[in-house]
Write a protein that binds this ligand. Sequence first.
Ligand SMILES: [Zn+2]
Length: 489
Amino acid sequence: MKIAIGMFKHETNTFSPVRTAWEDFGPGGPLRGEAALKAFRGSGYAMAGLIAEAEAMGAEITVPIAARALPSAPVEESAYERIADTLVAAARECDAMMLDLHGAMVAAHVEDGEGELLARIRQAVPGLPIACALDSHGNITQRFVDNATVMPGYRTYPHLDMPETGAKAGRLLREVLAGRLEPVTVLHQVPMLPNMLRGATDAEPMASLIRAADEAEASGLSCVTVFTGFPLADTADTGLSVVATAHRDRAAAAEAASRIGALAWSLREDFTMPLGTLDEAMDEAAATTEGPVILADLSDNCHSGGTMDSVAVIAAALERGFEGILAGPICDREAVAQAIAAGIGATLTLEIGGKQAIPALKQPLRPLRIQGTVRSLAMGRFTVEGPVFTGMQVDLGRCAVIETPKLTVVVSEGRVEALDPLQFRIFGLEPARYRWLVLKSKTNHRPAFRPLAKAEIQVNGPGVASLDLEAFDWRRIRRPIFPFDRRNT
Ligand SMILES: [Zn+2]
């Protein structure tokens, strides 16, 4: 038995201008073969579960490609075609396929990235069993469902069950190969866009939906997944969906999918979250008496496709007269070059951030003009020691620290979400000594930064990772959809 195991994972933020090229899918391109097996066997990814199941089956395993990139703009056509071609070619050489996919990938020329991929594989090798492990933020399409054999998604968010989901996909595939499972899968799309911060599965409303999916599986269905969807994607299929698989029994799968979909719809208001304005957050900040206080900029983190160059929160803090502000890294190659040209100790006036054109944002980002001293220049390299993404190698490229009387800011060539105080400490800056910490992150900063801070205020600034879906110029999404069309849906 020959099994090809592949990975092609990208959560596409269609509003993001951050490009997604071949090189973004791994250092020097995606991994393959033995190197990929070594990297992902026993790892925290779904691929680990797929590999373990294939090995338990005694299969002859090949890994044609293992490609994953951070969330960013639609995948460039050349990268998509190269990776898809590799997977289609591998499909011709195997008896079954296992894929670690996201479910919300868009390419520059293909809106339904995974559906197109699966359709091409299916066309090349009709009847090939294909097991897919998916992220529960997938925006699932009928085309995907029509071409996959089994397709479980994560049960948890934050995602703590990736390898288990891979193993589940592997076990279902084994049942298919043994002739014990003839899967019939039904997709039920619900016209709603849940707020991502309401998707935590250990709390309501998600806990009820996960419980319903668990009960449906316990009562005999092969696989039931609630996909909350990834809302930062302007596609026809963006949104929550339920996917149910049963052995031969379409009616049973349809009943479970529509019943759990109806439950999600009945809970739709619970999936919204009122967002305060930037001003309101600053009022709240001004009322604090002791620092450090984290000003968490929710709308511009690179793990959701953010450009990491929105400086609106820093500007608002300065306007309020706050002092002792530490911020960054702000991705701005031009500012870094200006600081390097000026040299350490030089005083200069420059504009930081807000320089990238983002057509999808109704309100453009604006740069911040500051006058300051170049305190240091260095390469921004470190290994994450904090509990989120532990061991990740960070390379921010060339960096500069610029100091004004009220603000100390790191500007960088590269991007990193606020995962570890090392992003400041490598430049000799101790975050615990500042009154205000402006960090770009939704939740990933908390384990490493909260112990240093007295309080945290979430700030809904402008940016392509915004939770305020009204901030974007939507064109492709199906209408009506909740919460845009509250009355009509
Ligand atoms: Zn996810």
